[in-house]
Design a protein around this ligand. Structure first.
Ligand code: SF4
Length: 364
């Protein structure tokens, strides 16, 4: 048996026994394959997000939007609210737009060919390959960070060239392997699963690996050197001074702009700066408060920024705020709110103008 076929066979056989039982892997008995819409939802959720986190949200999202038409008809705010907790809300917006496009241009059926898939908002080469191979069984290569690591190690490639050269090599190697099996979807998923569970970045469990006999990195003891770490772009600091203002059981919130971080989501009143946090005097003046007390500080990392949160509890006597709208605590639950802002709302002391102070349960 040729080496490529041997690798592909070992991966497919290993996956048949070791695949994790995940809800989006269920076979639709009517179609005798996975449901393409549900796969699209899971792929969108899994981008830059751990499986354990996605597991917490996937089923409730599907219960709310069980098919592509239901999602296409929904308003954006309810889609964002159902996505709450997963972060990177652009994915939810793109998924919503993709659902509309599938209904309007593809008769409500997720398309099969790569060209049409890639026209869907938020669907890049990876997601298109995942749908085409895993759902429809087409021989499309699939490369993510896990696959890249597995392939570089199996072939013992240190790849000192540019990142682009490394990606091109990995892609062409994945393409060779996917053509060496009659079950491309299982082979692709097996490689990703192997990278996620066995061939991990540190301390790979080579003794349990189905590719141990053919792996060059293992033979040469080079697992720690491969792959070479890639250079991370430095993150830019931004400063968010968040002021939690409560009055008679309600809290003051505002909607974020329609572009940028947490676009269109809701938040407690927030003053944003690129160079430094707002001072107490600036906060009191800008929001026409009676007082503001420092509450907590923390950093939140996004892919390109370090958001430096400074949280204040503001006190106001008047019901006419300088900005924002009053909402009840109950209403907060149904608004799309980013993870750090929700954490702030839950953990900040509940002080209102009557001087009541109730300690909110901390999520920390
Ligand atoms: S043998 Fe070890 S290094 Fe090679 S693919 Fe398997 S887990 Fe990774």
């Amino acid at each position: 048996m040729r080496r490529d076929q041997r690798i592909a066979r070992a991966l497919v056989d290993w996956f048949a026994v070791n695949a994790r039982d995940l809800p989006w892997r269920a076979i639709d008995p009517r179609l005798k394959r996975r449901d393409a819409y549900r796969s699209l939802v899971s792929e969108a959720m899994l981008q830059q997000t751990q499986v354990s986190r996605v597991l917490e949200k996937y089923s409730s999202f599907i219960a709310r939007f069980p098919d592509v038409r239901r999602l296409a008809r929904a308003d954006e705010q309810s889609v964002l609210a159902a996505w709450s907790g997963l972060g990177y809300y652009r994915r939810a917006r793109n998924l919503h737009r993709a659902a509309k496009m599938i209904v309007e241009e593809f008769g409500g059926e997720v398309p099969r060919d790569i060209g049409s898939l890639r026209r869907l908002p938020g669907v890049g080469r990876y997601t298109a390959g995942a749908i085409a191979s895993i759902v429809f069984g087409d021989a499309e290569p699939l490369v993510d960070g896990n696959v890249q690591r597995v392939l570089l190690r199996v072939e013992g490639r240190e790849m000192k060239e540019t990142e682009r050269a490394r990606e091109a090599w990995v892609r062409s190697r994945a393409d060779q392997l996917v053509k060496a099996t009659n079950d491309p979807g299982a082979m692709n998923e097996a490689m990703m699963e192997l990278g996620a569970t066995i061939c991990t970045p540190t301390n790979p469990r080579c003794k349990e690996c189905p590719l141990a006999k053919v792996c060059v990195a293992r033979r040469e003891g080079a697992q720690d050197r491969i792959p070479r770490p890639s250079k991370q772009a430095p993150r830019r600091d931004v400063f968010h001074s968040v002021v939690v203002i409560r009055l008679r059981g309600r809290v003051l919130v505002e909607q974020r702009p329609s572009t940028g971080l947490w676009a269109n989501m809701w938040q407690p009143i927030t003053i944003e700066r690129d160079d430094r946090p707002a001072t107490r005097a600036e906060i009191v003046r800008a929001l026409r408060l009676n007082a503001a007390a420092a509450a907590q500080r923390f950093d939140h990392m996004t892919s390109h920024r370090r958001v430096r949160f400074e949280v204040w509890e503001g006190r106001t006597m008047g019901t006419k705020p300088a900005r924002g709208v009053w909402v009840t605590e109950k209403r907060l639950d149904s608004l799309p709110i980013g993870n750090p802002q929700r954490r702030i709302l839950k953990s900040s002391g509940r002080r209102d103008a009557d001087g009541e102070m109730r300690k909110a349960q901390s999520e920390n």
